[in-house]
Design a protein around this ligand. Structure first.
Ligand SMILES: *Cc1c(COP(=O)(O)O)cnc(C)c1O
Length: 234
């Protein structure tokens, strides 16, 4: 039986994405919904796939491996994409390259090197996004703005990496409007970096609490869990 609540949530999220895009004079199709499935059961992910969702984000490599392996044994749909949105440790780089279409959380030269090395062995061009840390109260992870160009220069010499854009996680605010300056800062940083010759089309920013603001500020990928599956229990 179709999960009515899930279908309602998905359609509400799509509507909110469209409205935010239109407010900003943008095409809603330029915003990709990444459905965040961390802690979500395989059964519920299957329902999300049945409802038409195709792009999923996980934050832990091992949890993702278990789910992706199981789902791939059940479903053969080559349009399903898995993205890593959480922190990646170098010693898990090999597994990450095996599993993910896009890694949003590259934040050091050493990590980029590890990913590149395994991608080369697997004969894969690994798509990555650079995670930027724009505030000190937010996460532990992300490269500082001042080190971005240096990282991009290093990465541009790594033949099995393809850099697609930038990602950030602002601090959590009850009032999502407070997150706007962080999203704007990431877009500005992207524009400045593009002017120096680095092509970075994707801006991965915005979660359940603040995705509409992120879209108004230029997000091309929003990472949404709670608004689709409800509150996580753990
Ligand atoms: C959990 C998580 C999300 C989704 O958060 P929600 O508030 O549930 O939408 C997005 N991005 C990252 C990096 C996450 O860890």
């Amino acid at each position: 039986m179709a999960n009515k609540q899930l279908l309602e949530n998905i359609s509400s999220v799509y509507k909110r994405i469209s409205h935010a895009a239109m407010r900003a004079g943008r095409n809603p199709e330029d915003i990709k919904l990444i459905t965040v499935t961390k802690t979500v059961s395989i059964e519920l992910i299957r329902e999300a796939i049945d409802a038409g969702l195709r792009v999923f984000g996980e934050s832990r490599v091992q949890e993702a491996k278990d789910k992706i392996t199981e789902l791939r044994s059940q479903i053969t749909d080559s349009n399903i994409e898995w993205h890593l949105i959480g922190h990646l440790q170098k010693n898990k780089a090999k597994m990450a390259v095996e599993l993910f279409d896009l890694i949003h959380s590259v934040d050091s030269i050493e990590l980029a090197e590890a990913i590149n090395k395994h991608a080369e062995k697997m004969n894969k061009i690994q798509k990555i996004i650079i995670q930027v840390k724009l505030s000190f109260e937010t996460t532990k992870y992300g490269i500082l703005k001042d080190n971005l160009i240096s990282l991009l220069l290093h990465v541009s010499s790594m033949k099995n990496l393809s850099v697609k854009g930038l990602m950030t996680i602002p601090p959590f605010f009850d009032d999502p409007e407070m997150a706007r300056p962080y999203f704007r800062e990431l877009r500005t940083l992207r524009d400045e970096t593009s002017a120096k010759g680095f092509k970075l089309p994707e801006l991965s920013m915005g979660m359940t609490n603040d995705f509409e603001i992120a879209i108004e500020e230029g997000a091309t990928m929003v990472r949404i869990g709670t608004a689709i599956f409800g509150e996580r229990r753990n």
